[in-house]
Design a protein around this ligand. Sequence first.
Ligand code: KG4
Ligand code: ZN
Length: 334
Amino acid sequence: MLVLGIESSCDDTAAAVLDGETVRTNIISSQHDLHDEYGGVVPELASRDHQRLIVPVVQKALSEAGVSAQDLDAIAVTRGPGLPGSLLVGLSFAKAFARGLDVPLIGVNHLEGHLYSVDVEPPAPPRPYLCLVVSGGHTELVHVDVGFRHSVLGRTRDDAAGEAFDKIAQLFGLGYPGGPVIDRHAENGDPAFHDFPRTQLDDFDFSFSGLKTSVLYYLRDRSDAEREQLLNDHRDDLCASVQAAIVDVLVDAVRRGAQETDAEHVAVVGGVAANRALRRRVMAAGDEEGFDVHVPELSYCMDNAAMIAKAGALRLAAGDQSPGTLDVEPSLSL
Ligand code: KG4
Ligand code: ZN
């Protein structure tokens, strides 16, 4: 069974070929350089770049997998959530391609793709498992059960965790995307240098906008010279302190969620799962609480099409298929 996966929900144009349990190719063309000077994704530029890249990226995924389009058994594509113009490029292409090849089309919820990114590389974690989805666009804590049954324990009420990394890195003058840069500086910094706020809501919801505002005020309350000196002398410490504030909140939610759901397995997925402090801390929580931790390989954590192909293949195996009239759903949730 050969499934072509296509992902274009934000600023990565991606295509992958899944051959049964094996990922033959997982091609990602990132637009980070395009959006760097704006400090975030510019929707209009993103969709135009998807238009430029979609055909070459799909061609590359097929040719490096050594398959021709006629060999494909199905096409899975992200239908939402995401930027409307970006989603439209991938979905329109996939619809036309599936129609032309006369193969089934499966529209995939991007978040379901992240949930099942732990299944891409066998062995898949047994169900049920608790899944923390942390990316630039999403922060959700989800209980995942058999039969595509998910219940969302909590989600962010404002900024996503990755967005907080990105916006705070911007305040520090560290460029976009900010998560990897903060992670790198934080490795040499003191997390106790400054006590930034940890917003703890009553339930499992998250809020990171208070942290962002607190960093803004912390920098704004100084003269230009003082601020420059602080950022020069203590960049690593500030990054470590911000990172600790974000990671504390995430790990605390995972710990409470695992207790509440009696989880034996916990997965951390999405771009922020690359964060080394987060990985270490979730592993340590697992040792203490007695749950196993599953983190996909980095290329399956970031936005990618292998996870879309995987979720699509699982859906198809369960008898699901989308109509040819499938439309984008930019505000789709789990
Ligand atoms: O999953 P992803 O590639 O795209 C979205 O769906 O958003 O996630 C990208 C996000 C960005 O916000 C980026 O700053 C963050 O993941 N990120 C990290 C790290 N690597 C990527 N955040 C913290 N630490 C990292 N090492
Ligand atoms: Zn994503």
